[in-house]
Design a protein around this ligand. Structure first.
Ligand code: DQA
Length: 148
């Protein structure tokens, strides 16, 4: 197995509430169920996924600080932080690994503030409104980015 195949799958604020928050928008699957499925997608693509979620912005940044040692690529769904946390953008830039931004819901079709992304220009792709399938698509983009 290649040593360039480790993907950090990072979920930010309120994503631990999947399965409890607005199922009409986010579906009924819990974060644990979603992670289990994403782990399977990753395996199918020859990737090794690790998972992290926090509701604390500093912890999210500190996890990104460790990414150069722990992962080869990043799949990030930072929740609402995606729309305003320049600190997390900076930390992702410091990580300096291929990254893809994912949103379960179609952020462009919701409130205007959700269309803004701090990750613009930093990520290889932004995938939104594709639900769980968006995670598979993000992993496919990372396979190409890692040249696996
Ligand atoms: C989200 C979209 C964000 O706007 C929202 O704040 C979330 C979840 C999504 O996955 O659709 O918490 O990132």
């Amino acid at each position: 197995m290649s040593t360039r195949n480790r993907v950090a799958v990072m979920h930010g604020v309120n994503l631990d509430m999947l399965g409890h928050r607005d199922p009409g928008i986010y579906g009924s699957e819990t974060l644990a169920q979603l992670e289990y499925r994403v782990h399977g997608f990753a395996r199918q693509l020859g990737l090794e996924a690790s998972f992290f979620q926090t509701n604390h912005e500093g912890e999210f940044c500190e996890y990104l600080h460790r990414v150069p040692e722990t992962a080869d690529a990043v799949l990030v769904n930072a929740g609402a932080w995606s729309h305003y946390s320049w600190a997390i953008r900076d930390a992702l830039e410091v990580a300096a690994k291929p990254a893809v931004e994912v949103h379960i819901s179609d952020v462009e079709a919701r409130e205007a503030w959700r269309s803004v992304s701090v990750f613009d220009g930093l990520v290889a792709a932004k995938i939104s409104g594709r639900g769980l399938e968006g995670y598979r698509e993000a992993l496919e983009v990372l396979v190409a980015e890692l040249d696996l």
